[in-house]
Design a protein around this ligand. Structure first.
Ligand code: HXC
Length: 510
């Protein structure tokens, strides 16, 4: 007779061995870690507390009553990352392909509910063949229960999805409703319908990787925030990223003290912007030179590169960075960049993360592709996001701030708290040449006259002082002192309070 202790040990061993050694070996052979190995890499050592390891499915069809594996294909519980609480689920592909049964879904829902009650983020490590085919509608119901919780948790606790295997059909919509999606190159994919269905319906021939691999979603669709080289790198980077985030919307992000002085000046910034206004420069150089220890965690680095977004710290505190990138499309706003930045601004606002906006924008991208694609509606998303945002907003105009894009990029009029400009900033309705060709249309044949008018316009508007004379710019600063100005402004704004009027919810132009 086994003692109860021995029985418990046996049951735990059975649960920990997942779908059995043969399946684990097959999984490893693909270069993948098991669900538990992934949790070991993600969480602090010995911090994981597992729950529901004895849960089994209740399916009795297709011989399933004889195939029960404790845990039912998902490992759930909580642990810590750098000492801070996090709730997790990690799907086990070695158990029924990580497919989602009713019981599997209940386990995920339980940790989601706990995460909401405790006020701590949820990280999902996804590796699943989708709905458990033997269970039919019970599995679909399980997905919908997860979806409902994703929505209720949105803006309350950060939710992060790491895709580490297949993710297909309606199953993609849970990650899609979380705040961030990370993927692993060559081993994860996401699509609503797979290559076979695509071939039947549209006659397109496409591989899994081309249709929904990490690079596709990181570069083309924008669904994925970062594509990592391998699983270990992905999980290590996720630990780093987690450190930027608050536990919930009721808390501030953690402060990580640094030896990088807030008073540090960088004289190389005084020559960052070229004299020729049409010559580009790399805005990321400015970002790296002003943030703590040059540490910038960029999100969506390969999508809509004309705008740069990501997390960094200033004097130890997390900030969200939004910056036009003059290297790509001259830094103008278009559909993709507006949506990319708008979603990021809304995340920062929901989670008490101040926003630093670095502006060098010649306007919105002209053309039929943009107009037919709905730039009016999509550009409005970024405008809307900045305007409703109540966290501290600090804006630095490094060069151009033209037209509607000047208004959009966290201008004073959208409740920018501290709006700064570098001495050579140009704040105008448009560039000098374009402006003159409109207001002096009759002189267009006379090159000398046009040149003179252009010079006049440039002299009048190609500087920050008209905006400063109206108080739209709080100060004109030397580029080398930018870090110091931002850090001091953040300290001043640490206790900022601002609320929008009560409403059920806003009606963001979707
Ligand atoms: C039950 C599944 C399963 C599933 C895989 N398995 N998917 N069991 N339900 N959905 C099982 C397999 O039978 C196999 O069991 C084991 O998992 C590993 O699968 P393999 O096929 O051997 O692995 P691989 O070759 O790597 O292929 C992985 C795969 C493929 C591409 C995911 O298994 C596959 O195409 N599965 C079906 C995917 C699918 O159509 N799902 C439904 C999508 S619709 P053994 O015992 O041999 O190890 C959906 C709707 C959600 O999800 C809607 C939400 C609203």
């Amino acid at each position: 007779m086994q003692t109860i202790d021995e029985q418990l040990q046996d049951r735990r061993t059975a649960a920990r061995s997942g779908g059995g050694q043969a399946r684990v070996d097959k999984h490893h052979a693909k270069g993948k870690l098991t669900a538990r190995e992934r949790l070991d890499a993600l969480l602090d050592e010995n911090s994981f507390k597992e729950s529901d390891m004895f849960v089994e499915h209740r399916c009795v069809d297709f011989g399933m009553q004889t195939q029960k594996i404790p845990g039912d294909g998902v490992v759930t519980g909580w642990g810590t990352i750098n000492g801070r609480l996090v709730f997790v689920f990690s799907q086990d592909f070695t158990v029924f392909g990580g497919s989602l049964s009713e019981a599997h879904a209940e386990k995920i829902c339980k940790v989601m509910d706990q995460a909401m009650k405790a006020g701590a983020p949820l990280i999902g490590l996804n590796d699943s063949g989708g709905a458990r085919i033997q269970e039919g509608v019970a599995s679909l119901g399980g997905y919908a229960e997860v979806f409902q919780r994703n929505v209720l948790a949105s803006g309350v606790i950060p939710q992060i999805s790491m895709i580490m295997g297949p993710c297909a059909g309606g199953a993609v919509y849970s990650p899609a409703m979380t705040d961030f999606i990370f993927m692993v190159r060559d081993s994860s994919y996401m699509f609503v319908t797979g290559p076979e269905v695509v071939k039947t319906v549209t006659h397109e021939e496409v591989t899994h990787e081309e249709l929904g691999g990490a690079d596709t979603h990181a570069m083309t669709s924008g669904v994925c925030d970062i594509a990592f080289e391998n699983e270990l790198e992905a999980l290590q980077q996720l630990r780093d990223f987690y450190d930027f985030l608050p536990l919930s919307n009721r808390e501030k992000p953690p402060v990580r003290p640094t030896s990088d002085s807030m008073h540090r000046r960088d004289t190389s910034l005084d020559t960052l912007v070229p004299d020729n206004p049409n010559q580009p420069y790399d805005m990321k150089e400015l970002v790296h030179k002003i943030v703590d220890d040059s540490h910038f965690f960029e999100l969506q680095p390969d999508y809509a590169k004309n705008i740069v977004i990501g997390m960094a710290r200033m004097n130890g505190s997390t900030v969200g960075i939004v910056a036009n990138q003059p290297l790509i499309l001259a830094g103008c706003l278009d559909i993709k960049s507006s949506i990319k930045a708008a979603r990021f601004v809304r995340f920062c606002d929901a989670f008490n993360i101040p926003i630093i906006t670095l502006v060098d924008v010649p306007g919105f991208l002209p053309g039929t592709a943009q107009e037919y694609g709905g730039i009016i509606k999509h550009g409005a998303k970024l405008l809307f996001a900045y305007a409703e945002c109540t966290v501290p907003k600090i804006t630095v105009i490094t060069r151009k701030a033209y037209g509607g894009a000047y208004d959009v990029m966290a201008s004073k009029h959208l409740r920018g708290d501290v709006n700064l400009a570098w001495p050579n900033a140009e704040i105008a309705v448009m560039g000098a040449k374009g402006a003159v060709e409109i207001i002096f249309r009759n002189d267009i044949g006379d090159a000398e006259k046009i040149e003179k008018r252009t010079e006049e316009y440039r002299e009048k508007f190609a500087n920050p002082f008209i905006a400063a004379s109206r108080g739209y710019i709080d100060d004109v600063i030397k580029p080398s002192g930018t870090r110091q100005h931002i850090c001091k402004s953040l300290a001043m704004l640490a206790s900022k309070e601002l609320e929008n009027p009560w409403r059920k919810h806003d009606n963001l132009p979707l």
